[in-house]
Ligand binder design. Structure first.
Ligand code: ADP
Ligand code: GLC
Length: 484
């Protein structure tokens, strides 16, 4: 029985539409929260993929005119998710990804697209859909950042508001003259409102005006109060430290389960890790690597961007190859990085294999077939690939930042003697330190007894949503309690 209703608002949701980990979180959290007595429904934009997947849609609210056209809020289900969908064809019925067109450029009207999403969230929060009046509206990232703002400036009783920051690098800033057009009152354009360095800041608005602010790991929650990771918002986050907390992400352990994973040639689990061998051989074959069980295979599954530090990996390839290791990389994004890895692949046949693009099946095979997964991020709010790696027995080799610091136990001397290490950490994220981490990982690999112990501990790590969901449920209940 649920005693609490929460509306989650996000611009992506797995498995319907995904560009990164935000979608995974938005897709998994409702199911995990159901076990905690929280009824969560998710409001997402009516992109073509979402409209197509929606089953038994019913119209639960209409707008004669919202930022340039008519729109409806549809209620329905898709892939086991209870959804509200903002069906606004003038804003969302187009090809491309959620934020940019096929030419890669941001949509010109993103200010309106995501103001509309937030407006609909606020309206549902204020009771527009009688069958689901939430106690809490939970907004994710800048795309939903105005939801707490609309609710803050509304008259009368309103639900509690929470915003979760998944990545402070994306802030959603738009020109101030849009204020009236997006339906915010003149008084909102102030330092304690939505104003942010002479723009309207959508993320800033949420961070300023939500009742509670969370981010996706305890370490990132601390880091973002400092100038480096704070990216211009650290002052505000220091001011709001009393309502700011970090709750680690989990992963969907049904989607990521090596014992049942249809993407793998053979299943395995912690009691039978030897089953990984077939995945390794298949991975080596698919990526054009020499099929050799003794070579340490490093895997990468990542967006190719400055955040992920893969330029550091490019610079470290001579060390990786010098240690006799192999690399299988799946990624898409920055064209310069794609070129760099393409060139490295062409000049090191059988040692480096790359696949540029987005492919879930290949991601699963890399997690199952690699011996180690590299995550050399410059910053990482949480990171999900190292969690998948732990579950699949691929040793995470990670920069000691954000959620990577919180989820991997470095196999240092102390961890070695007390038998607790689950991976390798390095800091700071530089070429020299990554270089040393790769050498250290290769040394650990040479002692297979040590390696297997590490692998067993990695696979036993709890990476599920159970604990995080409990923490979110408590946060919502405390908030409602505090509001009386
Ligand atoms: P971020 O959200 O910053 O990209 P996360 O580690 O939180 O980083 O989440 C990334 C998610 O996207 C993971 O589920 C990962 O498996 C997936 N992913 C990233 N790149 C690819 C790719 N090229 N193909 C398939 N899945 C990918
Ligand atoms: C962001 C972050 C990533 C996090 C994900 C889900 O994309 O870059 O670290 O895991 O959101 O919270």
């Amino acid at each position: 029985m649920s005693d609490l209703r929460v509306l989650s608002v996000a611009s992506e949701i797995y498995p319907l539409i995904k560009t990164g980990g935000l979608a995974d979180v938005a897709g998994a959290l409702p199911l995990a929260l159901a076990k905690e007595g929280v009824e969560m429904r998710s409001l997402v934009p009516g992109y073509p993929a979402v409209i197509k997947a929606l089953q038994k849609p019913s119209v639960v609210h209409t707008y004669g005119h919202i930022f340039g056209g008519a729109a409806k809020v549809l209620a329905g289900t898709a892939a086991g998710l209870e959804l509200f969908v903002l069906d606004a064809p003038h804003l969302f019925d187009r090809a491309g990804n959620p934020y940019s067109g096929p030419d890669g450029r941001d949509w010109q009207d993103n200010a309106f697209r995501f103001a509309a999403l937030a407006r609909a969230a606020a309206d549902i929060g204020l009771g527009a859909v009688a069958a689901f009046v939430p106690d809490v509206v939970h907004a994710h990232d800048w795309q939903a950042g105005l939801a707490p703002a609309y609710l803050h400036y509304a008259d009368g009783p309103r639900p509690g508001t929470v915003i979760t920051v998944h990545n402070l690098a994306f802030q959603g800033q738009f020109p101030p003259h849009l204020l009236g057009q997006i339906g915010l009152p003149a008084r909102a354009y102030a330092v304690d409102g939505v104003e942010y360095y002479n723009t309207i800041g959508y993320l800033k608005a949420g961070l300023q005006l939500a009742d509670r602010v969370t981010t996706v790991s305890p370490t990132y929650a601390v880091e973002i109060r400092g100038a480096d990771a704070g990216m211009g918002l650290d002052g505000l986050l220091r001011q709001r430290a009393g309502v700011l907390s970090g709750i680690l992400n989990g992963i969907d352990t049904d989607v990521w389960n090596p014992a049942t994973d249809a993407a793998l040639p053979a299943s395995f689990d912690v009691a039978k890790i030897s089953g990984r061998a077939k995945s390794k051989a298949l991975l080596q074959e698919r990526f054009g690597l020499e099929v050799n069980p003794n070579a340490l295979v490093f895997g990468v599954v990542s967006r190719l961007s400055q955040q992920k530090g893969l330029d550091l990996l490019l610079a470290t390839l001579p060390t990786l190859l010098g240690e006799g290791c192999q690399l299988a990389l799946l990624g898409a994004g920055d064209k310069g990085l794609e070129y760099g890895f393409h060139h490295a692949t062409a000049t090191n046949p059988g040692r480096i294999g790359t696949y540029f693009g987005y492919d879930e099946t290949v991601a699963h095979l890399i997690q199952a077939g690699s011996d180690a997964i590299l995550v050399p991020s410059r910053f990482e709010p949480c990171g999900l690939t190292q969690l998948c790696a732990l579950r699949y027995g691929a040793i995470p080799v990670v920069a000691r930042v954000g959620g990577l610091a919180d989820t991997v136990i470095d196999m240092n001397e102390m961890a070695f003697s007390s038998g607790v290490g689950t991976g390798v950490q390095f800091a700071p994220p530089t070429v020299e330190m990554l270089d040393a981490a790769i050498r250290r990982t290769a040394a650990l690999w040479r002692d297979q007894t040590v390696w297997k112990g590490m692998q067993r501990r990695a696979m036993k790590t709890d990476v599920s949503w159970t604990n995080p969901a409990r923490q979110y449920a408590k946060l919502y209940r405390d908030l409602i309690g505090a509001q009386g």
